[in-house]
Design a protein around this ligand. Structure first.
Ligand SMILES: Cc1ncc(COP(=O)(O)O)c(C=O)c1O
Length: 424
């Protein structure tokens, strides 16, 4: 073990880090494809994909290569200049989406913040300051800045910050409820922001009819419709953007995560109709669109924008579902399999024999890394190029961990039962 590994452990984390996170007890030090190794050399198959960030897993040779090439040319110049990789990337995003133009920043929250600022500005430019309501959905997640937690529909992330002061113009309404949007969207609304699949909220897909109705209402009241594709964008659901499967075009789309494959970058995509009123200085970011991040994103986009790969992503959803249903016949834990492409949610049964924490802990002991979404959904977001062999292996470990957990619980119950019998 290296000196660094001896010095860095969870106790170090507890001493020197602000406790905003409670990381797993092991520390990964190396990755390759969908595998990770920890300080002790234990190997894990990673179904979390850096929380839906790694479309080609860890340390993909093509991405390593471009990182090295660009690192020798130009790292950062700020936005007092433009740069070739940023222009190339913007052109590619425009060529393969509804959008005419792009703004780059560094994270999903920043992209959403920019999108909301654009919508507020658009409304005040064409109307007046009373067209300032933002409609968002219960359980939604749009980031962790003070504005994006306030817009997000999970009060656990915002209420402790006395966020009510930001909230007065934000309306949180029920997801997939057409009657509710008909009541809540009106001439005072300037933006509707929605995830086509609520990721953090439990991997819940929006209904096509609901999204179509949203578009209709936004057209009637000249409201900007923002699709937050931070998690669903860049191939995750089996199309380059999830909106393609809804046949509805947004006014603004935000994306991040898979775009940089682990290198921080996000993008806001919009149309000329909106951008023509925006001007230099209205918004900005020091690092946004830096050449390193953009060079990587160009290669990722080229690799993902491939019909064969995108179709395979859809097929792998069915493959995962079939296998999970088979395991469910043995352990009866799953109520529903949710999601699209390689963003999957396994909703646990209400009276499931196992808790989500137990499942994740036992899976980790077997060498499988899972994610959760909310309190009762296991979320899977493996690399988009994961092989059938690796899916089989990961799900074999999943089954093995449920088996061990099942026997542990059985033994506990037998022990308890015997104890009660002895006492009486
Ligand atoms: C839909 C969605 N929007 C926004 C964000 C925030 O992105 P970031 O953590 O990069 O700021 C996330 C992160 O999980 C997300 O899933």
């Amino acid at each position: 073990m290296s000196l660094q590994s001896i010095l860095c452990n969870i106790n170090t984390f507890n001493k020197v880090m602000i406790p905003f996170y409670q990381p797993r007890s092991f520390i990964p030090v190396k990755g390759k494809g969908c595998y990770l190794w920890d300080q002790q050399g234990k190997k894990y198959i990673d179904f979390s994909g850096g929380i839906a960030v790694l479309p080609f897993g860890h340390a993909h040779p093509k991405l390593n290569k471009i990182l090295h090439i660009q690192s020798k040319k130009l790292w950062h110049i700020s936005n007092i200049f433009t740069n070739e990789p940023a222009l190339m990337l913007a052109k590619k995003l425009v060529d393969h989406s509804f959008a005419d133009c792009v703004f780059f920043s560094n994270s999903g929250a920043e992209a959403n913040e920019a999108a909301l600022k654009i919508a507020l500005y658009y409304a005040s430019h064409y109307y007046d300051n009373t067209k300032n309501n933002i409609v968002s959905f219960n359980n939604s997640f749009h980031g962790r800045t003070i504005f994006t937690v306030s817009v997000g529909g999970q009060s656990k992330y915002s209420s402790v910050f006395n966020s009510n002061i930001y909230n007065k113009n934000i309306k949180h309404i029920s997801f997939n409820n057409i009657q509710h949007i008909e009541k809540m969207i009106n001439i005072k609304t300037c933006a509707v922001i929605i995830e086509l699949i609520q990721g953090e909220g439990g991997v819940i897909s929006a209904d096509k009819s609901f999204i179509k109705k949203l578009r209709e209402l936004c057209n009637i009241y000249d409201v900007l419709l923002i699709f937050d594709e931070v998690q669903t964008g860049i191939g995750r659901t089996g199309t380059l953007f999830a909106y393609e499967q809804y046949e509805v075009i947004p006014d603004i789309l935000t994306t991040a995560k898979s775009l940089g494959g682990g290198f921080p970058i996000s993008a806001v995509l919009t149309t000329n109709k909106i951008s023509k009123i925006l001007y230099p200085g209205l918004h900005g970011s020091t690092y946004g669109g830096n050449p390193l991040a953009c060079s990587i994103a160009i290669v990722i986009l080229d690799m993902i924008n491939n019909r064969k790969l995108l179709n395979l992503i859809k097929k792998k959803f069915l493959f995962f579902s079939k296998k999970i249903n088979k395991i469910n016949k043995l352990y009866n834990f799953c109520e529903e399999i949710r999601g699209k492409g390689l963003l999957l949610g396994i909703l646990l049964k209400k009276n499931c024999y196992f808790s989500i924490t137990e499942i994740m802990y036992y899976a980790e002991k077997e060498g499988l890394i899972l994610l959760s979404a909310g309190s009762n959904v296991i979320r899977l977001a493996p690399p988009l190029n994961i092989s059938y062999k690796d899916i089989n292996f990961g799900l074999y470990l999943f089954e093995k961990s449920l088996q061990k957990l099942f026997f542990k619980k059985l033994l506990q119950n037998i022990y308890l039962y015997t104890l009660i019998m002895l006492l009486y």
